[in-house]
Design a protein around this ligand. Structure first.
Ligand code: GLN
Length: 547
């Protein structure tokens, strides 16, 4: 049976709970343990799939097709453990299950209440897969004291209480604000948030204290005394230049030691941190720099393209090169022209939804093709590259996507990209209609692409004939235009196993121009960069040499 580590936050949000959880997962792995990380989100959306990227950042997709919180991306990037549908749950999903059960009569006429029905539902979710790993790390979204969070806190109180002593611990993240006027770090907010936890029957075993200033020993002792934790379980967490420093920094601060102590695991296995030392070495000893333009529509919020940003960093690590990504609003390209792309070593057009900004993306694809700048089109970015080729090379000036016509409510384009209503998933046939619910109805999760043997994409994957990446889209490039587009120079170098759905396109007479329907960025890790990103940065670096 797994031991459980619950991770909560207090004082303010955005303290980096997800990162601390992920780093702790990596450190436990370094000591030879198996881990799984889980996110419990108190909001009422059933999943983040229908939330705007402006609102909540990127939607992270798992192999098994769940649309989840971007923290699951951190978990995967730090531990390499593929997240599953059952690793992300929201209050919305919990309530929806409870209400479905009630409608089915599963509660035999009982009055449905938060305790026990909602808390039981949360607890049974916590149990899933608990016999598979040594440690289960469960992060609770939001901060202690939030109304929505209460059922989750109550559920972990009960869960801890019902398990044998010493199998569950609680790690709490707080902030020590620094008052410049008096030159002091204040511990009171931390004390208050621990009190808040205590009032609902929870007591932290480990406190992680975020601070911009060094925490003096005296303050550490004071926190330990007032918050009822051991002094060496008060872990300082300072700001880091790169998130990938977190495992080594937390190790130096004694986090994994404190956690194992709290479980009374002694002697603790020695950690092997070579993976993270190598990652830091690659980050710190990079030569040269490439500048990459990411032309998208959700450019105001950095988290909207979180995995792309991270995959670019990983691609840089693979080449020991620093990558500077600049986010360019595609509508700006429409207004001001593609000269905004001058000087970049590579261009990425990432995923997105809706027509707004797509003409700018098409212009970016054209610019990259004509100026021979490395281009990586991801999902919508592949679709726009195909439309560009159709319009400007294959004599289809009205080429467009059905997505835009659906939005506008009238047909204006030749639908080179069409709404997919039926496809094969494993041994099943999936059927969809345009009127379906918006949540969870896309082509989601891992699908295989069969690669053409002589293609660049197959070369990048070391001659592989099949690759698997995660998808999240409703529309699809129409394969019936294949011959026409290939004659114009755009090769369809990857197809779904049944040969119906284009998965990869590339311009063969270009130094590096690839569009993929899937999202390779989602599987990229610092210690295992996505091959497409690694090779894209390699090509971008070469362009720099030519300039
Ligand atoms: N909007 C496009 C579709 O649904 C692309 C989606 C994406 O880029 N993730 O097919």
């Amino acid at each position: 049976m797994a031991r459980y580590i619950f991770i909560t936050g207090g004082v303010v949000s955005s303290l980096g709970k997800g990162l601390a959880s992920a780093a702790l997962g990596a450190l436990l792995q370094a000591r030879g343990y198996s881990v799984r990380l889980r996110k419990l989100d108190p909001y009422l959306n059933v999943d983040p799939g229908t939330m705007s990227p402006f609102e909540h950042g990127e939607v992270f997709v798992t192999d098994d097709g769940a649309e989840t919180d971007l923290d699951l991306g951190h978990y995967e990037r730090f531990t390499g453990v593929s997240a599953r549908k059952t690793d992300s749950i929201s209050a919305g999903r919990i309530y929806s299950n409870v209400l479905d059960n009630e409608r089915r009569g599963a509660y035999l006429g009982k009055t449905i209440q938060v305790i026990p029905h909602v808390t039981n539902e949360i607890k049974s979710f916590l149990e899933i897969g608990s016999d598979e790993v040594d440690f289960m790390l469960c992060e609770i979204g939001g901060t202690v004291g939030d109304i929505e969070g209460l059922p989750f806190f109550e559920a972990i109180r009960q869960f801890t209480h019902e398990r044998p002593r010493g199998e569950c611990i609680l790690m709490h993240l707080t902030l020590l604000p620094y008052l410049a006027a008096s030159g002091e770090l204040k511990t009171k907010p931390t004390q208050h948030s621990v009190k808040e936890l205590q009032s609902i029957g929870l007591a932290p075993d480990v406190l992680v204290c975020r601070s911009e200033q060094p925490i003096p020993e005296k303050e550490r002792a004071k926190i330990a005394l007032f918050c009822n934790v051991r002094p060496d379980a008060v872990i300082p967490a300072y700001d880091l230049k790169s998130i990938y420093e977190a495992p080594l920094a937390y190790h130096r601060a004694g986090l994994d030691r404190a956690v194992l102590d709290a479980f009374q695991i002694s002697p603790a296995p020695r950690p092997d941190l070579t993976r993270w030392e190598d990652v830091m070495d690659r980050l710190n000893n990079a030569e040269g720099k490439v500048q990459i333009a990411v032309v998208g529509k959700y450019t105001q919020l950095e988290d909207a393209y979180k995995s792309i940003a991270e995959a670019l960093t990983h691609g840089g690590m693979a080449n020991r090169t620093r990558v500077r990504a600049e986010w360019i609003d595609s509508e700006r390209l429409e207004r001001e022209g593609t000269h905004l792309l001058d000087g970049f070593n590579g261009i990425i057009v990432p995923g997105g939804f809706g027509e707004r900004g797509t003409e700018g993306m098409i212009a970016a694809a054209r610019y990259a093709r004509e100026k021979k700048v490395p281009y990586l089109g991801i999902c919508l970015g592949m679709q726009m590259a195909v439309i560009e080729a159709a319009r400007n090379l294959a004599g289809l000036p009205d080429a467009g996507s059905e997505e835009f016509d659906h939005e506008a409510g009238k047909q204006r384009f030749t639908p080179i990209v069409y709404h997919l209503k039926e496809w094969v998933q494993g041994n099943y046939m999936v059927n969809r209609s345009i009127d379906d619910d918006k949540g969870g109805t896309m082509r989601l999760g891992a699908y295989t692409a069969v690669l053409a043997p002589d293609s660049r994409i197959s070369q990048i994957y070391d001659g592989a004939t099949e690759i698997e990446d995660r998808h999240r889209h409703r529309y699809e490039v129409d394969a019936s235009y294949r011959a026409q587009l290939e004659a114009a120079g755009l090769k369809f170098s990857g197809m779904s196993p049944d040969g119906k759905l284009p998965e990869v396109v590339e311009h063969a007479d270009h130094p590096w121009f690839i569009g993929v329907q899937a999202h390779p960025e989602l599987k990229s890790k610092p210690f295992e960069p996505a091959p497409l990103f690694a090779d894209f940065i390699r090509a971008a670096k070469e362009i720099e040499r030519l300039v």
